[in-house]
Design a protein around this ligand. Sequence first.
Ligand SMILES: *[C@@H]1O[C@H](CO)[C@@H](O)[C@H](O)[C@H]1NC(C)=O
Length: 321
Amino acid sequence: MERTFREQLFLLVLCLSALKGDSRYIENNDISRDDLYSVFNLDLKREMPEIPEELIYRRSLRCLDMISVEGQFTFTAGRPHLNCATFFMAEPNEVISLEYDHVDIDCRGGDFITVFDGWVMKGEKFPSSQDHPVPLFERYVDYCDSGAVRNNVRSNQNVAMLFFRIHNEGSSFTVTIRKHLNPFPCNVISQSPEGSYTMVIPQQHRNCSFSIVYPVEIEISEFSLGHYNNIRLLPGCAETGDFVQLLGGNSIDSSKLVPITDLCISFTGPTQMKIGCENSVVRMVSSGRFINRVSFSYRLLNSQELQSFKLNSIDDFCFSN
Ligand SMILES: *[C@@H]1O[C@H](CO)[C@@H](O)[C@H](O)[C@H]1NC(C)=O
């Protein structure tokens, strides 16, 4: 919603400047007015000029917080805070960057601020270590260890996290959060319990998960996995090297979820599946030989549907126990 608003705002600014003959923006970006139209086809966000200082959203950070907007956030300790965490979230096709503007903490006294590339909940991680491009220890970037070197940390997916511990009253820090377009999103946590999404893995040897942290019905509307071209019936999905899995469970780590079904054979018409779990995941395993894609939509299960899951323990392994 915020992005649409910003795009509209930018369009407005662009139109106004064109009308007024004020081509400052256009000159700055080396494009002629004839090329104006092409701007509409570009990523508007990336083309957007820097936001003026006075328009930056600012607020204080709470010890436990959730942030889905860009802006500048300040934590000031009124007393010792030993276990604080901030969850950041962006659109599926965005990544998040965090920049330290000011840090006044006692690293030697045991204070820390650590950015995590993903989310950690109850000790479990998203994306799972299996599906993340960098080893687990590199996903933690501690300010006290590396602050001077890595002032700016960028996530690999639409979620990131900050952990911090501050012992002394009056210590504080300020960070700026920005979102950046990610042309090939891989791992994603959905911002809402309903929506639709198309996952594409363009000839890359990697696995991607789209995680919906609600009990939902998922409907697969379309998928194509490269090996359909040579029509061959293969024994198991795992042996094909390219397949789509639906998983469910009560962990955010997709490697700890239960596979509900694997899809890899030619497929006509929509497939629906109700997953009565805290986390429902569409995961694509890709060998790198093909361009693989899957499109799906999802909606929250209503209380009746959840109730029937609880009564009928045959289908279910999440809400039945
Ligand atoms: C992707 O997942 C499959 C099956 O879960 C696994 O065998 C394979 O090693 C994974 N590939 C990568 C690149 O992580």
